[in-house]
Design a protein around this ligand. Structure first.
Ligand SMILES: *[C@@H]1O[C@H](CO)[C@@H](O)[C@H](O)[C@H]1NC(C)=O
Length: 347
């Protein structure tokens, strides 16, 4: 164990889940019956679209109230039209923000990010003049299909695995879908705690020390904590030597890294910008307290000149832009949603 890992291990304080604003069921006072009926109809339609059922009428009534609060937020946000992204009553529209954060995020933070970062950055001398104007690792065949962490706070495993899948493709020419479940089940002796959260750097270290990771096929995802299946885990499908951290709060450095490989990125994804995201470039309405993890798989510039990162998420294909989210690129400091605070990549 290195000194930096030791510091990291000592400083762990558990999940940080500070979203900018919490949604919840609200009072119905003052609303007329027509609006109520319309909202109930909208909820019914949404339930049919998403195949959602509830155990009884009381639960359905409770979910309708949550849906109502979220739908109103979506409508007023979109009507204001002040942002370069849109919200929608997507598949998370009947969850309170607390429920959403508890089940769909899952980044565990070291108390001191700066103290926990390792030194070497192999792309430090790379000139951005040599980087393409836009880049999409999906088009280069280095990104597997969008996955779904389901009701399990292991975003950290999906973020790390997508980065390893990308590097493996770049190094070997083969794109192999790798096992998040192996990390959930077997990487349990440090910060990483399966569905209770974890950290990508520790996942990279685990994979390096273990000598590789099994494939998704050999060790499939179950969406719940389980005991480590050593025989499945023994069949390594890809390996890495370790990881490096991108210098913090430095989007130019992040671009240098993403120009070479997909990069694991911690973000604030627990707020409504992510919960109810439909598409476009997120340019705000998220804090910078890190509680979620995604993988940067490209960057570009929209027709209106907005620069963005393309991030692979782990909430299924029906969320956002076919499972991806674009976030504004090129700001100073911590970046939109804190994306520049803690990126890292396998080597
Ligand atoms: C970057 O360049 C400096 C100066 O030439 C050199 O000392 C350093 O080792 C280089 N960094 C890497 C990662 O190659």
């Amino acid at each position: 164990m290195s000194v930096s890992q030791l510091i990291l291990a000592v400083l762990v304080v558990g999940s940080v889940c500070n979203a900018p604003r919490a949604l919840g069921a609200r009072e119905l006072a003052g609303e007329d019956a027509v609006t109520d009926a319309a909202m109930a109809g909208r909820h019914e339609k949404w339930m049919a679209e998403h195949g959602r059922t509830y155990k009884d009428e009381a639960e359905k009534a409770r979910r309708l109230e949550i849906f109502r609060a979220n739908a109103k937020l979506v409508d007023s946000f979109n009507a204001a039209g002040k942002h370069s992204y849109r919200l929608a009553t997507n598949k998370f529209a009947d969850l309170t923000n607390e429920e959403f954060r508890a089940s769909r995020t899952g980044l565990r933070m070291p108390e001191s990010v700066a103290g926990a970062r390792s030194g070497r950055f192999r792309y430090e001398n790379f000139s951005l003049a040599d980087a393409p104007q836009s880049l999409d690792w999906r088009k280069r065949g280095a990104v597997t299909g969008v996955k779904d962490q389901e009701d399990c706070g292991c975003c950290w495993a999906f973020s790390a695995v997508a980065a390893v899948e990308g590097l493996n493709k770049i190094r070997t020419g083969r794109l192999v879908s790798l096992s998040e479940q192996e990390l959930v089940d077997c990487d349990v002796n440090g910060i990483d705690q399966g569905c209770d959260g974890g950290l990508m750097d520790d996942a990279f270290n685990f994979i390096a020390h273990r000598g590789g990771l099994a494939s998704e096929t050999t060790y499939p995802y179950r969406g719940a904590d389980g005991s480590c299946r050593s025989s499945a885990a023994a069949k390594r499908a890809a390996s890495i030597g370790g990881h490096e951290d991108v210098p913090r709060n430095n989007e130019a450095a992040l671009m240098a890294a993403v120009a070479h490989q997909p990069v694991a990125v911690a973000v604030n994804g627990g707020g409504y910008a992510f919960q109810l995201y439909n598409g476009g470039v997120i340019d705000g309405h998220c804090g910078t307290d890190l509680d979620h993890a995604v993988t940067a798989v490209g960057y570009g510039t929209a027709s209106d000149g907005t620069k963005y990162w393309v991030m692979k998420n782990s909430w299924g294909k029906s969320w956002g832009e076919h499972g991806y989210v674009r976030i504004r690129r090129g700001t100073r400091g911590e970046g939109v949603c804190g994306l520049a605070k803690m990126p890292s990549y396998p080597v």
